[in-house]
Design a protein. Structure first.
Length: 98
């Protein structure tokens, strides 16, 4: 049996309650396999998901829907040295990142 994280979708419910993602450029730090990313990405204008774990990013890349290929970018990167220009994002999300 596969363990499901947040089957009640509480994370995405709270995310939408406290953050206006509509049309925003979002940086997700610690996106992992994209489990949360896919739940909000359609609302955002653009999402850049970064993670240090190459294997998790590989899973995220495989599971990214074809409708999100142009609006969701995935990169192996460290949040201490972001590979983006200043002011590239409207907001950042850190979920389950440590």
């Amino acid at each position: 049996m596969t363990v499901q994280k947040d089957p009640e979708r509480n994370e995405v419910s709270y995310l939408h309650r406290y953050a206006d993602l509509n049309g925003k450029r979002v940086l997700e730090i610690g996106c992992g396999d994209g489990r949360l990313t896919w739940r909000y990405a359609n609302a955002a204008r653009f999402v850049a998901g970064i993670d240090l774990n190459r294997d998790e990013l590989r899973i995220a890349s495989i599971e990214r829907g074809s409708d999100l290929e142009k609006t969701v970018a995935l990169a192996q990167a460290d949040s201490v040295r972001l590979p983006f220009r200043d002011n590239a994002f409207d907001l950042a999300i850190l979920a389950w990142s440590f």
